[in-house]
Ligand binder design. Structure first.
Ligand SMILES: Cc1cc2nc3c(=O)[nH]c(=O)nc-3n(C[C@H](O)[C@H](O)[C@H](O)COP(=O)(O)OP(=O)(O)OC[C@H]3O[C@@H](n4cnc5c(N)ncnc54)[C@H](O)[C@@H]3O)c2cc1C
Length: 389
């Protein structure tokens, strides 16, 4: 098999890259180790920055998102039983975010790819990337029980944190931080108890109220990193959420049947550089953020937009200028997202070894955000997204 761009992984990064290249007349092949139904059901991100929304629309993949997605103009910060709304458009000159689940973004992009794009092979596991420093890099992969080779002009590792592509970037440097807590996330068949996301800091730990649709709630609880989700009964989860979201007014939490329950670890991770010869890393293959800032999917989108532009520029002009700038261009934005995600995580979570002094400082930081327009604007600008490129 032979193609111009070999893409490993059909998560948001790989699927969107294939779409952008198709729109520019550049052929690609996507290899995905899992089956279609697994990829379309994997519950993960749900908040799309303004820039991500714009990119999906321009790529011709925004039609259902515009119909079914929920535009959000703010979030609520909750601490000390108090509530404070951060008004995004007022603070950022009109920007907002969209609540539209990653599962739906992937479904839309898969449908488009299968209808009019290049080959997308499910249950095709990349085993290794070879010859990245040559003009003919190759992906060795296994499909339908047989090993095969995909020869490419360029290879892009969009294969997530556990993929194989990163191993083919020698002499890289990694920066990492793990956190002593994770998120117990649930999906519940009940209308969200608030019309915008609620980020709650509580002495018992962080809680987040989010949603997937007008009838499906997504909620998270900070739990110790080694928590087994099965140790938490549905009733215990609702009781704990109720306590952490407590307010002085008459706000109440709606309860409903749980349809999913799992624990996600929290990690910050960056691999530099994001390129080796003709191999590029994009999305979670190169960097991970804790989900508190809702940045992971949006960073993946920024990477592949930057890469698609570089490959289109190369095809049109023969110049490697943008390709050579790819890693540094992406990493500038990645580090801003790492900083913001770290800030939000340490602002809102209770560390197991936190001193009373540190706990009091968290509240002081929240009071600063809720009383200073400059501090609040900083949060709103970061939340609604850093410019791509
Ligand atoms: C609980 C949770 C909540 C989150 N919430 C948010 C949020 O609100 N906002 C946000 O922006 N981000 C959020 N994220 C992060 C976001 O989901 C990821 O950053 C995003 O999925 C990254 O996309 P990706 O395409 O780079 O990687 P992935 O989505 O991980 O896709 C990688 C793909 O590669 C495939 N693959 C792996 N290895 C191979 C191989 N050897 N061969 C072939 N295929 C392979 C995998 O099966 C997968 O389909 C959240 C993550 C979690 C876990």
């Amino acid at each position: 098999m032979r193609t111009t761009v070999g893409i490993i992984g059909a998560g948001p990064a790989g699927l969107l890259l294939a779409r952008l290249l198709h729109n520019a007349g550049i052929d690609s092949v996507v290899l995905e180790s899992r089956d279609r139904s697994y990829v379309e059901r994997r519950q993960r991100a749900g908040i799309l920055e303004q820039g991500t929304v714009d990119v999906l629309r321009e790529a011709g993949a925004g039609e259902r998102m515009d119909r079914e997605g929920l535009r959000h103009d703010g979030i609520e910060l909750r601490f000390d039983r108090r509530r404070h709304r951060v008004d995004f458009p007022a603070l950022t000159g009109g920007r907002s975010v969209m609540v539209y689940a990653q599962t739906e973004v992937c479904k839309d992009l898969i449908a488009l790819q299968l209808k009019e794009g290049g080959p997308l092979l499910f249950e095709a596991e990349a085993l290794a990337v070879e010859g990245a420093e040559t003009d003919r890099p190759r992906i060795r992969f296994r499909h339908q029980g047989a090993e095969d080779v995909l020869e490419c002009d360029y290879v892009v590792g969009c294969d997530g944190f556990w993929g194989v592509a990163r191993a083919a970037v020698p002499d890289g440097r990694t920066f990492e931080r793990t956190y002593p807590f994770g998120w117990l996330g649930i999906l519940a068949d009940v209308a969200p108890s608030h019309d915008e996301l609620v980020y709650a800091r509580h002495d018992r730990g962080f809680a987040l109220l989010s949603m997937r649709s007008p009838s499906v709630s997504r909620l998270y609880l900070q739990v110790p990193a080694d928590t087994d989700a099965d140790d938490w009964s549905d009733e215990r989860i609702w009781d704990e959420l109720e306590r952490r979201f407590e307010t002085d007014d008459d706000w109440t939490l709606r309860r409903g049947p749980l349809t999913q329950k799992s624990v996600t670890p929290m990690r910050s991770y960056v691999h530099e550089p994001m390129r080796h010869g003709r191999l590029f890393l994009a999305g979670d293959a190169a960097h991970i953020v804790p989900p508190t800032g809702a940045k992971g999917l949006n960073l993946a989108v920024g990477d592949v937009v930057t890469l698609a532009r570089a490959l289109v520029h190369r095809t049109a002009t023969g110049s490697d200028e943008l390709i050579d700038a790819y890693s540094a261009t992406c990493l500038r934005r990645v580090w801003q997202a790492e900083r913001f995600s770290y800030d939000m995580t340490t602002l809102l979570h209770t560390a197991p070894d936190a001193t009373p002094f540190e706990n009091r400082l968290q509240v002081a930081r929240l009071e600063r955000i809720t009383s200073s327009r400059a501090a609040e604007t900083d949060l709103a600008e970061a939340y609604t997204g850093f410019p791509i490129g």
